[in-house]
Design a protein around this ligand. Structure first.
Ligand SMILES: Cc1cc2nc3c(=O)[nH]c(=O)nc-3n(C[C@H](O)[C@H](O)[C@H](O)COP(=O)(O)O)c2cc1C
Length: 197
């Protein structure tokens, strides 16, 4: 068994059709500690000691967020800037996160086909998230391929949310069981041209 820390970052939860239901599922999975960053830190006054203690107490870390401008919502960047300190996450003695895993679980408005060289987003999702992947590498964490739901704004009406939530639950249970799952998507999307319309 492995403990999993899930950090949820969504600034407009009342409008969320994907991440919020994913957060609710995560709250029901034993072994997953769920933290709502915007609820805990409405003024971005992040408690560094608390966050570092949470990290130290868990083996796996998940960031759950809607993709905003090819990156995380602002509070997750603030969290990185403050919590991943010199002497804790890197530098002399900065080995506290070594061997832990990091997974980005996200929703994206764009279709899967748009996330490739020929699509209007021009890059694959994993490529776009490479600053996070490299951060994980620098601080000694095992970076897992992102778990993404594309075309998020039409997922409910197209009946894709239910199956996604089922895969999400399986993924969380596998992580808690200490398994390295092979369920992520976002890398290797088919080459297909799509334009904004
Ligand atoms: C400020 C902002 C920036 C966004 N940037 C992107 C983006 O870079 N790529 C993308 O595919 N979707 C983008 N979107 C769409 C969101 O990713 C999408 O609305 C969200 O994933 C839906 O999930 P939710 O229902 O849980 O909010 C953006 C939305 C907002 C509000």
């Amino acid at each position: 068994m492995s403990s999993v820390l899930l950090l949820f970052a969504h600034p407009s939860q009342h409008k969320s059709e994907v991440c919020m239901p994913m957060y609710r599922v995560a709250q029901s999975v034993p072994g997953v500690t769920c933290v709502d960053l915007y609820a805990d830190y409405p003024t971005f006054n992040i408690d560094i000691v608390t966050e570092q203690q949470r990290l130290a107490a868990h083996q796996g870390v998940i960031w759950l967020f809607p993709l905003y401008w090819y990156s995380t919502p602002a509070i997750l960047k603030e969290w990185q800037d403050l919590v991943l300190e010199y002497g804790f996450a890197y530098g002399p003695g900065g080995t506290k996160l070594h061997g832990k895993s990091l997974l980005c679980a996200l929703s994206a408005g764009g279709s899967e086909g748009s996330y490739c060289a020929e699509g209007y987003n021009h890059f694959g999702l994993r490529q776009l998230l490479s600053p996070i992947e490299q951060t994980a590498s620098l601080i000694g964490m095992d970076y897992l391929p992102p778990f993404a739901l594309f075309g998020a704004r039409s997922a409910v009406e197209e009946g894709r949310l239910g199956p996604h939530l089922a895969r999400w639950r399986q993924l969380l249970e596998a992580l808690v069981a200490g398994e390295i799952p092979d369920t992520a998507c976002g890398a290797g999307v088919p080459a297909k041209r799509e334009t904004l319309s």
